[in-house]
Design a protein around this ligand. Structure first.
Ligand code: ATP
Length: 441
């Protein structure tokens, strides 16, 4: 297990600088997610770690090793891509085995004698062709023999008998060649058994060992992504890199697979960097989340930290579902919204009267029953009945929208008409208050 460190790195594509003075430390054995909107630079940061792009400034460390200028194949990282990137012409087994073979290649090249390689090049196709022809011929002969027996009530005679013997002899020769090739292969490729065991072991982890000899096209998207995971972990990389691996899958499968991927990675204890723009996925899969916004990390912490204590307006709005209401401070801990509604706050900081603030409010913190300091009149805008709860949106006087989740008496509220006026209550302790981009506590 190794840690990762980005030290003041800058990465650009031509003149376009994507990240500059970028710093991040990822503890060993954790799943750390780079989370942010499309185009903010998450993949670029991941690629700098894999070695696919070279920073123009700064250093990247894997463990104690400065890998900034190392080529990708020397970094002992493995990557899972959004589009699986499996070889369509190779079986599942060979896809997973591929990485292992690649790492052993130098060793294999040394063991492989050129004459035997040439011998295999010639004999393998011949052997394949002859075996096929032989099997067909034997089938034909068997049929003819049975026909002959039933007609003549006797054994094969004459030409047919010689043909029969000829084929038997031919079969023995083929068996001999096969045996010789196999024996030689084992001498040349002594790690074959080791590789076979490793591949089948990782396929077992994702319960796909019985699909080993199918081609990727015969598997579903979810199964293909499981194979992509196997192919990455089979080489026991120091660092596993995941670039939006679940984006191509449907919602149900994404949910299932993220739980499965997390438990496999955690059982192996691999340091993992995971890129996604899906905040739910990030919250579910990560030990730590770095929330990105245009080449910068806005906040870095555990999923509960970034969810319950957003440090910036961007994080408050990006993580979780929320409404943002803008207003002005009219007296300590009191804000007047655009339509004149008064909202009570509970912050320790003295925000000057007249200061513009943004209030980020989660729907679960808006109540219909628990009366608090901030009753607000809304006009029901939409109602969505989900069985156990009702998701509502309400219009304020200035046209702003407030989201609320109704769990208690959900069936009753589901029957309400759009356009009805309601009084809702916002708990002051649950409001995130921002002046400009910064959180006020
Ligand atoms: P997404 O979630 O959509 O993949 P991202 O956060 O991973 O986005 P990056 O792929 O890192 O974003 O891209 C960051 C910026 O760099 C984007 O503005 C993108 O247009 C640009 N960019 C990415 N790759 C290249 C490239 N090969 N050449 C030029 N610009 C690029």
């Amino acid at each position: 297990m190794v840690s990762i460190k980005y030290e003041n790195i800058g990465v650009a594509y031509g003149d376009f600088i994507v990240v500059e003075n970028f710093n991040l430390e990822i503890p060993h054995g954790t799943i750390t997610t780079l989370l942010g909107p499309s185009g903010c630079g998450k993949t670029t940061v991941l690629r700098a770690l894999a070695g696919f792009v070279e920073p123009f400034d700064g250093k990247v460390f894997i463990g104690d090793n400065d890998v900034t200028l190392l080529p990708p194949q020397k970094r002992n990282t493995a990557m899972i891509f959004q589009n699986y990137a499996l070889w369509p012409h190779l079986s599942i087994f060979k896809n997973v085995e591929y990485g292992l073979k690649l790492r052993e290649n130098a060793e294999l090249a040394a063991l492989n004698s050129p004459w035997f390689s040439r011998f295999l090049w010639v004999t393998k196709p011949c052997y394949f062709f002859l075996t096929k022809t032989h099997n067909q011929a034997m089938d034909y002969l068997k049929e003819t023999k049975e026909e002959y027996y039933s007609k003549n009530q006797g054994a094969l005679t004459g030409f047919k008998w010689y043909l029969w013997i000829g084929f038997r002899w031919f079969k023995a020769v083929l068996k001999g060649i096969d045996h010789f090739v196999r024996e030689k292969k084992e001498q040349i490729d002594p790690k074959w058994n080791y590789r076979r065991k490793k591949v089948l072991d990782v396929l077992k982890l994702v319960h796909l060992e019985d699909q080993a000899f199918k081609n990727p096209t015969q598997l579903s998207g979810g199964q293909q992504q499981r194979i992509a995971l196997c192919r990455s972990i089979v080489v026991e990389p120091d660092v596993l890199l995941c670039d939006e691996p679940l984006s191509n899958l449907d919602a149900k499968l994404r949910k299932e697979l993220r739980t499965e991927i997390r438990s496999i990675i955690k059982s192996l204890g691999m340091t993992t960097v995971y890129v996604t723009h899906d905040q739910t996925e990030a919250l579910a899969i990560s030990d730590r989340i770095a929330v990105f916004n245009i080449g910068n990390i806005e906040q870095y912490g555990t999923p509960t930290e970034v969810f319950t204590d957003p440090h910036t307006l961007f994080v408050g709005q990006f993580i979780g579902i929320s409404s943002t209401l803008n207003g002005k401070v009219v007296k300590p801990n009191t804000v007047e919204l655009g339509g004149g509604e008064i909202v009570k706050l509970q912050v320790k900081t003295d925000i000057p009267v007249g200061e513009e603030v943004a209030l980020v409010i989660r729907p679960e913190n808006v109540s219909l029953n628990t009366q608090s300091n901030s009753p607000i009149e809304i006009e029901i805008h939409t109602i969505e009945y989900l069985g156990t709860e009702v998701k509502m949106t309400g219009k304020l006087k200035d046209g702003n929208i407030l989201l609320l989740d109704v769990v208690e008496d959900a069936h009753e509220y589901a029957e309400m008409k759009v356009g009805t006026n309601l009084t809702v209550y916002i708990n002051p302790a649950e409001i995130f208050v921002f002046v400009g981009e910064d959180r006020v506590y």
